[in-house]
Design a protein around this ligand. Structure first.
Ligand code: HEC
Length: 113
């Protein structure tokens, strides 16, 4: 009896979680790691106290344009990562193309805590 109740509870919690947001794919999981380590400290916390506050990347691809006005496409974001922008450093020498694509896939899925 208890075991059944527990089973039902587990299924319910799992379903509720799915409904809130689809689970991340392995690529998006990889992108989350890249984001948490390489992007969040600037884009969430501005820990370097940059004068131009790094824009929030939450819902980046829900809008037609990037904060600076270019079209919000994977290719544009990849260019920003390759070349940097303003106070944002280029990541071309620190990050593989796979990691860039992973972080872009993660931004499409929506930033998770
Ligand atoms: C050292 C701090 C810093 C780090 C680390 C950083 N950024 Fe940025 N980012 C910035 C700043 C500052 C801007 C605003 C640049 C500007 O418009 O002058 C920016 C802008 C952007 C933009 C918007 C570009 C546009 O054209 O509007 C994107 C997308 C972006 N960053 C993605 C990322 C991703 C993904 C990472 C992690 C791989 C990352 N950034 C890491 C500081 C940072």
């Amino acid at each position: 009896m208890w075991r059944n109740a527990l089973g039902i509870l587990v299924v319910f919690v799992a379903l509720a979680g799915c409904r809130a947001r689809a689970a991340l794919t392995p690529q998006q999981e990889e992108g989350k790691r890249v984001y948490d380590v390489g992007c969040a400290h600037c884009h969430e916390e501005n820990d370097l106290h940059l004068e131009k506050v790094p824009p929030s990347l939450h819902g980046l691809f829900n809008k037609a344009k990037l904060p600076d006005g270019e079209p919000a496409t994977d290719a544009e974001v990849e260019q920003v990562l390759m070349k940097g922008k303003g106070a944002m450093p280029p990541f071309a020498y620190q990050m593989s193309r796979e990691q860039m694509q992973a972080v872009i896939a993660y931004l499409h899925a929506g930033i998770r805590k």
